[in-house]
Design a protein around this ligand. Sequence first.
Ligand SMILES: [Zn+2]
Ligand SMILES: [Zn+2]
Ligand SMILES: [Zn+2]
Length: 348
Amino acid sequence: METKDQYPHRRWNPLRQAWVLVSPHRTQRPWQGEVGQKAAPSGVSYDPECYLCPGNKRAGGAVNPQYDSIFTFVNDYAALLPDLPGTSAASGSPLLIAEPARGLCKVLCFHPDHSLTLARMTQPEIRRVVDAWAKEYEELGSLDWIEYVQIFENRGAMMGASNPHPHGQIWSTGFVPDEPAVETRAQREYLDRTGLCLLCSYLATERASGERVVLENDHFAVLVPWWAVWPFEVLVVSKRHLGAMPELTGIERDALADVLKRLTTRYDNLFETSFPYTMGFHQNPTDKEKHPEGHFHAHFYPPLLRSATVRKFMVGFEMLGMPQRDITPESAAERLRACYEQHFWPRD
Ligand SMILES: [Zn+2]
Ligand SMILES: [Zn+2]
Ligand SMILES: [Zn+2]
């Protein structure tokens, strides 16, 4: 295929209805830029200074219980609040628009052990986290004013995670945020035009070629999307058409835990580092509308490019023009396929 040549080309992302510039030849350029810190897995199981460890006091004054599996609480420094003191005043200009934004932000600790990550947790331990995610989506999404539940994890200092303790966040909002709104619209248009689900069709295409598939089990596939922007970006897609986590059967939840563990282990093994990323699930909006177009999936956006310390920056042309990548999605998939699923830093 012509696009596999080492020449610049652009690829279409049908999920965001946007182009991505691919410049494979650029990886040959010398690197004299910033070199980050290599992140080793943390060695301590309990950190008395950590506000997420069991029994510790949080900044807001609350004390964490001695939890032994997962633990959820409302974020002490939430970006969104459920109650607002009335509506904002009109600005008088159609160019100065604001709206009140209500939301509820929660934190979910994945494990009491401070030193762990998803990659180093067992599959049954990750399954408990999957169940907690499904429960939070269902509970928050059933509130009449919540229109979207965004579940995500920021992993590693490079991604701005303030604490290495294994945890994620759940921001639920009184509106559908821009990224899922764009993807929902694109999936709706594709369904209206073709009568088919965009991601069901896309997954069939990818599985037929296998070029960008990293790993799969009976219920999920992990692939580097055709339109990936981040060097080792992947998409985790359910093989069955479903819109949100509560619809997952027990077997499918085990299968999701399985691919999450295998993927994050390969990530860590790639550069023998605790691989940083932002990951999150896109599920149907909870706006009480029907969403036949929505197909449950997760995005992983890791910043590392060529080693444990050299990251990709989204600057210059990417801020002003369009996103761009150096290594092709095919070679990224090949490198991830070559990684072991046995963690380089096993638990005792
Ligand atoms: Zn901790
Ligand atoms: Zn589908
Ligand atoms: Zn998405």
